[in-house]
Design a protein. Sequence first.
Length: 90
Amino acid sequence: MLLGKVVGTVWATRKDEKLTGMKLLIVRHVELDYTLKNSYVVAVDTVGAGAGEIVLLTTGSSARQSEMTEGRPVDAVISAIIDKLDLDSK
């Protein structure tokens, strides 16, 4: 799983019918200290995330394990909205 920040939305009027009704968000990867990386992913939102939120991404075949994405052509899914992150500084 990866951390990311929601930075945009993808609108696609023509798409695979199995994607109909799914919200597609652009997520920029972040470090554990929330520093932005220069990589992005388009992910299906399964938790109601919005712009500016830090989220947990699930990618690969695991992205198709949620109730909403099972059997659908997705490779990245937002599976949680992060409230707080605690790091051991040792």
